[in-house]
Design a protein. Sequence first.
Length: 248
Amino acid sequence: MRALDLLVLRVKRAETPFYRRLNVCVKRLARLRVPTPRPLMPPLRLLYEFHLAAASFLRRASAMFYAEPLFRSRCVSVGSRLYLEKLPAITGAVDIRVGDDVTISGALRIAAGRVFDRSTVIIADRVYLGHQVCLEVSSGITIEQGAWVAAGTSISDNDGHPLDPDARLRGLPPRPWEVSPVLIGRNAWIGRGCRILKGVTIGEGAVVGAGSVVLSDVPPFAVAIGNPARVVRSLTGGHSRAFGEAAR
């Protein structure tokens, strides 16, 4: 095996004319393609569309008849007309309440901490959760009606570890006073890849720009962006005071 690894390494390096020729041959082999006659293009296009439709049907059937019933069994309550694409990954002692017309698009992870006996996640009516959203909860995370949380966003009501270094080395969870619930207000919009940290309240109708790290509250109907996130404007007309201060 070591001799084979060495041969592959020499081919990749193209150290000598012989290995350079081998390197070129390997690259050409990797690019070989079977010719596709033009008369076959229409039936191949139909096959392509059939493949996508069949894969979509199987995913939807799996979600409806397998993932959704399993998810409902894990929740305290789930409302009507849930749209679920994949079975959420849920760990720890957490009570989950889901409202009506909720969309969970792609993978969702809910991880409960060890600080309290039970934690709570509330996902209210008409909430949208994008792919790979992660909720890390030790006390409570509430997402109110009509809020949208885009893909790759993480929401946490704790730091995941205690602030005291000795406690961290001993593998202890955060202290109870180091946990603070998170609230995402009605009709708020959290952009892709955001990080919402403990104790934060995102106000009603607020917008958080993609990739932002939110350390403090965002007022209702405000737009906040950056790391750390700062309010840059108001959606109710005119710029916010925070924007004016940041511009100076």
